[in-house]
Design a protein. Sequence first.
Length: 418
Amino acid sequence: MAQLSDDCFAFGGPMQTVDETTAIIASRLDAVTESELVPLLGADGRILARDIVAPLPLPPFTNSAVDGYAVHGEDLPQTVEKVFPVAGRIQAGMARGLSVAPGQAARIFTGAPMPDGADTVYMQEDVRLDDAGRVVLPPGLKRGANVRPAGEDIPVGKVGLQAGQAMRPQDIALAAALGMTQIEVRRKIRVAIFSTGDEIVAPGSVRGAAQLFDSNRFMLMAMLTRLGCEITDLGVLTDDSRRIADALSEVAPKHDLILASGGVSTGEADYVKSAVESVGKLVFWRVAIKPGRPVAMGVIGGTAFIGLPGNPVASFVTFAHIARTAILALAGARQQPLVPAFVRAAFSYKKKEGRREYVRASLRRHENGSYEVVKFPREGAGLLSSLVETDGLVELGEKTTRVEPGHTVPFLAYASLL
Ligand code: AMP
Ligand code: MG
């Protein structure tokens, strides 16, 4: 388990931007070092532990890209069509070693190895056969056409997949094409999670009149799962500071991150704050992000602690931007910037300069076929419906002070956040 120093999250400024925040996290958290071998398919979503160097070229041999006729490049008809006897038939999967003599053509199919001597393939749709069964090739084809040279995709010895890659289906395909059956991935990071607040009870328990069912923990656990974390669910911790402190010091040595939501607002008479402070170190980061401020960052026995705000929307947004960065850093994953799509705003909005705001919004198809983005009509950070009924977040930068209909705004679809 990585050991953080107590002052790991120390930050001098009164308010920090989202970019400053993520830069601090990415630079101060070290990736887990342990790795394991998993079968090819088991690597989906896992973080590649080391570079994969191609042990063979892709494609492994030069082959035809089409069904057609292979000929010598010197034989290509220049101005008028030419007739070639068809000598040989090469199907995909046939052993190599066939050759074509000058002045001859070979029938060839997609994926079949190119016969020696031939370097160009005519598509069957572009030729005709004469009565004698010879093939008539028109002029105008470029030498080398319709051939896939060995190694054109990946030459042997090239890094095909880089360490830190979160394996996607296409990455698994590449590893398979290189003949691999097992992949070395970093071990999953272990995250302990709990909710807090006297007003919070777990679904399934008896709910008092002034209580609500815990939604954050389930949202956050689903997000953690999508990021490939191993989760220890500590439930709702409300009783007392001592019990929370005991739980924290017990789980800290076995986890890479402890994630909490609620109960970390400044000024609140909170158990979490005093609990973390009694067994570790806690700092409040005033991140210039809305919704979401403040976020508590701590270190407990060398393990990172992140306390997210309790309001579900603030929890969601700070998880996606702050906790996600920490998780990628701990997991050894390349930090992937969240890349917005730029769409036309169909709403107006005013905001304060100096902080970044995420506005819940939906995409709507305009009559002219383009997409525009519509703001959710209400703004409360407690409205789960605002997350459920929208498609993503409009990201308004620190310098932006207003949006008018017709402005182009960056839009992060929920699907791209995790
Ligand atoms: P806090 O950050 O503790 O001040 O909480 C802010 C708001 O979020 C309060 O209205 C809480 O009731 C609510 N809240 C806190 N934790 C949760 C949770 N786990 N699930 C749903 N709402 C929560
Ligand atoms: Mg509270």
